[in-house]
Design a protein around this ligand. Structure first.
Ligand code: ADP
Ligand code: MG
Length: 685
């Protein structure tokens, strides 16, 4: 079985499961090997007795049942109830839609129940939907860390564990590809050991080591790819001629706002490099709301009015469509004689063919799209400028991907991720860097508040007040420990609760990862047109969405997000001329959680927030939400893993300078590995 063997080659994986895996972009066993756990659960030691300090916490407890499980039938569902006592304290265990619990649990027998404890009376506690374990089995569970995989509808965690376990002993899959010298120099685990430990860790320390090894590999591959394309990049002569700038000047004069200092500086940087001897590559960093889109538009206009094409690539279809709308409105507002087309993966075939045809034959064209812009069939008439928005990995590689098509555009990578300059220089070595430090002056600073769960009604009333005065709101849903599927259910339930709270007075929309791109688009369109007052969403609204009329954001479970991510989310409001508000719901009672969130309340500066966040994190947080999602690394986090990153960058430089094509015996397997990984990462192209 090699890297590209189908997943059906594994025991227990049939055609149905194959479809589930495909939904997760896992096309072969190689990709499955890199389907890492999202989290690890370690089961806690059972508590002796419930007490009010434990209220709200996830606990394990040994309970002997007083009586057989009783099942109540209501109109909506079956409710199963079991009870037990620990001295004079009563504990109730409740399951919904699981009538079979009656035949699984027996009176006078003892079990371990695992779930969230709730106090419902003086000596009375409850756990809803607890997991049930045999006490002996639980002993074993306590010692290990249990992987929790990203799942999809129909696919169970246990099934993924079973499938992946079959890969560990497959020599072809887990053979070492790094030379011994490197392993020794960087004190890295062997690959087969690291792979096993990342999936099924013996303990936290082993997990940490395994993760280090795999993070190193990820950075090393990244830098080797970059180093080996750098040379070619630097030396491509610039044959684009941007002589005409009359439309550009006309637009500059009639912009509805005056550009900030940072925007002006960036534009002048860009124009200088457009006039250079070689095609340029530039990283454009600017905090959320700093106005990067209009800069992209102006830079692209220079290409377009000279008869060339210019493209902007967005990470999602929602964002691509949003850019399309913005560009169409600019073209109309400034009366420009240029076309605007948009390419996405989910477009009807007929339409896609027509758009592709235009891209192949028409100069003077604005092109917008997702990474479908890089797909095989695409041919460009004259692509002179390529911008990527919020998607670094493509940004770093897109020159190569485009040049494989025979085009060599100037490349601009736009990012709102605040990367300190030293790190940016490592990650984007060979690129020029522009930073927009200021945000448009007219804008008011967002007012922030940390609220507790029992102040939720007040928050809802506040949202209603804002809606009454003509504005809109986002509510970011609580995080769920499971799949996108669970997220979807969660959002759906939240929406129905909110609807009943508002008694139909406000119109409420929802957005989550399981909706099709067309469904998401329709919702975003309605929200942008103010047909939706309150948008309940998972974090899919995180990057780039721009609806200036939205002035309130309420983030449930804020304590469970990383600060940088919260900052990105908050950036969805405060984009218009009105006062905006962000409410962070803190469900934790710990002082640490409050301290972390107060950093956000006190600062609106992304760089400051990212560095403070890092200082306050403990080792356990390493496996939580990653801070720098837009880098598209699977495991690596540019902040947390900055040290490993620096080492990998050094090593990559050395390797490429000694063996540019990685042809020697020493690096042959590494090269194969990098190619294999490309197929995993870019399956969607
Ligand atoms: P981001 O940098 O986060 O991508 P956008 O480009 O989406 O930000 O811009 C956010 C909003 O700010 C948009 O509505 C845009 O029209 C507006 N904007 C951009 N530049 C300025 C400016 N100089 N003055 C006022 N508003 C601006
Ligand atoms: Mg943006």
């Amino acid at each position: 079985m090699d890297f590209y063997a189908p997943v059906t080659a594994l025991k227990g994986v049939g055609p149905k499961a194959k479809e589930y895996y495909e939904a997760l972009d896992i096309q072969n066993v190689g990709a499955l090997l890199y389907h890492f756990p999202r989290a690890y659960i370690s089961y806690p030691r059972p508590v002796d007795a419930p007490n009010k300090e434990l209220e709200g916490q996830r606990i394990a407890i040994y309970v002997t049942l007083d009586a057989p499980v009783s099942v109540k039938k209501t109109a909506k569902m079956d409710i199963s109830i079991a009870t037990g006592h620990i001295s004079d304290t009563k504990i109730e265990l409740i399951w919904f839609r699981m009538p079979y619990m009656r035949s699984r649990l027996f009176e006078h027998k003892g079990y371990i129940f695992y779930g969230d404890l709730k106090q419902i009376g003086n000596h009375k506690f409850q756990i809803m939907q607890p997991a049930v374990f045999d006490p002996n089995e639980y002993d074993g569970m306590m010692r290990r860390l249990h992987p929790v995989y990203p799942l999809t509808k129909g696919l169970k965690n246990q099934a993924v564990i079973k499938a992946i376990s079959q890969l560990f002993d497959n020599e072809a899959l887990v053979r070492e590809y790094l030379p011994d010298t490197l392993l020794k120099k960087r004190r890295l685990n062997g690959f087969s050991y690291a792979i096993r430990q990342i999936h099924q860790p013996d303990d936290y320390e082993a997990l940490d080591q395994a993760r280090n090894r795999l993070v190193y590999d990820e950075f090393l591959s990244f830098f080797i790819r970059r180093e080996s394309t750098l040379e070619e990049n630097i030396s491509i002569p610039n044959e684009w001629n941007f002589e005409n700038d009359s439309y550009y000047n006309k637009v500059m004069e009639s912009l509805p706002f005056s550009l900030t200092f940072g925007q002006k500086e960036t534009l002048s940087d860009i124009r200088k490099s457009f006039a250079g001897d070689v095609v340029s590559q530039r990283l454009l960093q600017g905090d959320v709301g700093s106005g990067k889109t209009v800069i992209a538009f102006l830079a692209m206009l220079l290409a377009v009015e000279n008869g060339y094409q210019a493209a902007i690539m967005a990470p999602t279809e929602v964002l691509a469509r949003q850019h399309e709308k913005t560009f169409l409105s600019y073209v109309k507002m400034f009366d420009l004689p240029f076309g605007v087309v948009c390419v996405t993966g989910s477009m009807p075939r007929q339409e896609r063919r027509q758009v592709n045809e235009r891209i192949k034959n028409e100069g003077g064209l604005f092109i917008i799209g997702t990474h479908a812009l890089l797909s095989e069939g695409m041919e460009y008439h004259s692509l002179a400028v390529a911008v990527t928005d919020e998607q670094h990995r493509f940004g770093v590689r897109q020159r190569k991907l485009f040049s494989q098509k025979g085009v060599n555009p100037h490349v601009i990578v736009m990012s709102a991720t605040p990367i300190p300059r030293t790190l940016a220089m490592i990650l984007y070595g060979g690129m020029q860097i522009s930073v927009i430090k200021d945000v448009p002056a007219k804008r008011l600073r967002t007012k922030n508040a940390i609220i507790s769960a029992d102040q939720r009604d007040k928050a809802y009333d506040f949202i209603e007040k804002e809606v009454r005065s003509g504005h809109q709101a986002y509510v970011i849903c609580p995080l769920v420990d499971a799949s996108e599927q669970a997220d979807a259910q969660n959002v759906t339930e939240y929406v129905s609760q909110l609807k009943s709270y508002y008694h139909g007075k406000l119109s409420i929309g929802m957005l989550h990862g399981r909706m099709t791109p067309a469904e998401k688009d329709a919702v975003m369109k309605d929200f942008a047109e103010a047909k939706i007052d309150v948008l309940v969403s998972t974090t899919v609204v995180e990057v780039g969405v721009n609806v200036p009329n939205a002035t309130v954001m309420m983030i449930e479970d804020a304590n469970r997000f990383g600060l940088a991510q919260l900052h990105q989310l908050r950036g969805r409001v405060g984009r218009g001329e009105w006062q905006s508000f962000c409410m962070f719901v803190n469900n934790s009672r710990s002082d640490a959680a409050k301290e972390r969130l107060s950093i956000l309340v006190e600062s609106n500066d992304g760089f400051h927030i990212a560095s403070e966040d890092l200082k306050l994190r403990g080792p356990g947080d390493f496996y939580g939400v990653r801070q720098s999602g837009d880098m598209d690394f699977t495991l690596a986090d540019i902040y947390q893993d900055a040290d490993i990153m620096k080492k990998a960058a050094e090593d990559a430089k050395e390797i490429v300078s000694s063996d540019p094509k990685l042809e020697s015996d020493e690096y042959r397997l590494l090269k194969e590995h990098i190619n294999d990984m490309d197929s995993v990462i870019y399956t969607n192209l």
